[in-house]
Ligand binder design. Structure first.
Ligand code: SF4
Length: 110
């Protein structure tokens, strides 16, 4: 993970031994439980997909799940853009004042 990835500071797994997320095979399905309540799951998954990270659990997905997703969507050039747009659309349709929009408003307010 790059130092300028500020989302990582809000990662639920910060308190978890990294070795727990970099297990092999079926153990990854147990390991990804830590991601279920993570506030930066979208950012984490987008980072792993955009950087083609092959190992470990990222964004609540195992290595195998991410490989399958990349195979299904070979033309995606920015997973970050795709996932953030999907989240924004979901929040807009549901009328929920999502975290993303709240952060945008805070940034606009200065
Ligand atoms: S989604 Fe999972 S691996 Fe990614 S930052 Fe959150 S807890 Fe860590």
């Amino acid at each position: 993970m790059e130092a300028n990835e500020s989302w990582s500071e809000r990662a639920a797994c910060r308190a978890v031994d990294p070795e727990e997320l970099f297990v092999e095979g079926a153990a990854q399905h147990r390991a990804k439980a830590v991601c279920s309540g993570c506030l930066v799951r979208t950012e984490c998954l987008a980072y792993a997909l955009d950087h083609r990270i092959e190992h470990g659990v990222w964004g609540g997905m195992t290595e195998r799940e991410r490989r399958a997703l990349l195979r299904r969507r070979p033309t995606v050039t920015s997973w970050r853009h795709l996932l953030e747009t999907a989240r924004w659309e979901h929040e807009r349709r549901s009328g929920a004042p999502g975290r993303h929009r709240q952060e945008s408003r805070s940034a606009e307010a200065g």
